[in-house]
Ligand binder design. Structure first.
Ligand SMILES: Cc1ncc(COP(=O)(O)O)c(C=O)c1O
Length: 449
């Protein structure tokens, strides 16, 4: 098939006519049409290249030849469902097990992060024989109904909070209730969960699970304070619940120093259930839940088969194995550490120059740049952030987007092959745009941009 089958305006017209309008486009006012990609670069219908700072799904790089080759070879040979005995599913589970603490050893393969979290919810509820769940404020765990219910990021705009869902404060040390000047923010935020559990118990309810993203993403690219997860796990387990770490965005070495985001919380911490997705298949729909023997046995004990038509098929697992090989062979974790540190250092230097930069945070290639109109009050500079995103796209062909409850955090989660030169370029361009905003005294927050 040609790179472009339809003219851009026809594609857009057909999309408007045929595709549900709640499925939004990036840059909705002037969308880019991408027809091919390689590594960290996207190419539009005219061959113009865009630097991709946001595709965390194409983890080892867009259209990596090793992944394409593994997929094609397995597709040519066999693709069945996982009721037939096959090597790939067990070899893949075994490779994943080698990245995880020993007690996380039973795998269920699914097709999306949402399916993984929905199954995690079922596992937790079946194991504990309880319903209630504690989640972090602003969290997003997926698009299924069960997950909208446990995602404040979504349910606050919809039907609201269910009586079995309880929201703990987001441990955001820049903007949250305990900040960077607190002597022990990990403990202080964990105590908020402890108190919430006590309140839940006073109402005669019992918790089944605590769900958290290992680094909350739509919450604003948050790095959780040290010690938080261990303490929360202690409180949750002593109340009879289990700890679910959502690694859908953060797993597979994105944080560089560790394979899993939850490992940033220390050697002594191990969740009871981990969910994974996005980067796993480099764009192929592949996701997973891993848990302990005990929880898996409780799930089996209900006597009902868990069958997932596509989950864990030979092609998906061949791709998953190839992704793990590329992460290792190309030292992508090392790259995430080197490039992520460089990017953060450059952004911190920029912070000294531009008052609009309130905070720079992140680990590895998971970095956030929070813009504020007033450093003291930390007032979100939402429109300035949107302006920077727009100009980066139009003037520099760089794709960045925003996150956080006020959409004022520029987020960087590029393919893991992102280079030092890519980081230099992005920061140089942001510097130019912010200098322009200041020099022209653009009052973006008051304007309709
Ligand atoms: C943290 C987190 N969990 C779960 C999901 C849901 O994954 P999917 O879109 O693959 O269903 C997402 C998707 O954005 C996510 O960011």
């Amino acid at each position: 098939m040609a790179e472009e089958t339809l003219k851009k305006e026809d594609t857009l017209a057909m999309r408007l006519k045929l595709i549900g309008q709640s499925c939004r486009l990036f840059y909705s006012e002037d969308p880019v049409k991408i027809v091919r990609a390689r590594g960290q670069y996207l190419f539009d219908e005219n061959g113009k290249s865009y630097l991709d700072c946001i595709s965390n799904v194409q983890h080892v790089g867009h259209c990596h030849p090793a992944i394409t080759k593994a997929a094609a070879a397995q597709m040519e040979l066999l693709n069945t469902n996982s009721r037939f005995l096959h090597d790939n599913i067990v070899l893949y589970a075994d490779r994943l097990a080698s990245t995880l603490p020993e007690k996380l050893c039973i795998f269920y393969f699914v097709n999306s992060g949402s399916e993984a979290n929905d199954l995690a919810l079922r596992l937790a509820q079946q194991h504990t024989q309880r319903e209630d769940v504690v989640v972090l404020d602003h969290a997003y765990h997926g698009h299924l109904k069960s997950l909208i219910d446990i995602s404040p990021y979504k349910f606050r705009k919809l039907a609201g909070q269910k009586e079995w869902v309880h929201v703990a404060p987001l441990p955001d040390i820049y903007r949250g209730i305990y900040r960077e000047d607190h002597p022990s923010p990990g403990q202080a935020y964990a105590d908020t969960v402890k108190h919430l559990i006590e309140e839940i118990q006073q109402k005669g309810r019992k918790i089944s699970a605590f769900f958290a993203e290992s680094l909350p993403s739509v919450g604003g690219q948050i790095v959780l304070p040290k010690g938080y997860f261990s303490k929360v796990a202690e409180y949750v387990r002593s109340a009879g619940g289990v700890f679910v770490a959502d690694e859908v965005q953060t797993g597979f070495g994105r944080v560089g120093s560790h394979f899993w985001g939850f490992q940033l919380q220390g050697e002594d911490f191990c969740p009871d259930i981990v969910t994974m997705g996005k980067p796993m298949g480099n764009g192929h729909p592949l996701a997973c839940v891993v848990t302990t023997k005990e929880i898996a046995e409780a799930f089996t004990a209900n006597g009902v088969e868990y069958f997932n038509t596509f989950g864990g098929n030979p092609v998906s697992c061949a791709i998953g194995l190839a992704v793990l090989d590329v992460i290792e062979k190309e030292d992508l974790r090392g790259n995430a550490t080197r490039v992520g540190t460089h990017l953060k250092d450059l952004l911190k230097k920029l912070q000294a120059k531009h008052d609009v930069i309130g905070d720079v945070r992140g680990v590895g290639l998971f970095v956030g740049l929070e813009l504020v109109t007033d450093r003291e009050r930390r007032t979100p500079a939402t429109k300035t952030a949107a302006w920077v995103v727009k100009r980066l796209k139009e003037e520099d062909q760089i794709c960045v987007s925003t996150d956080g409850p006020w959409d004022n955090v520029l987020k960087f989660k590029p393919p893991m092959c992102f280079s030092l030169e890519n980081a230099d370029l992005v920061v140089r361009c942001i510097d130019r745009i912010l200098t322009d905003v200041t020099a022209n005294d653009l009052k973006l927050e008051n304007e309709d941009i």
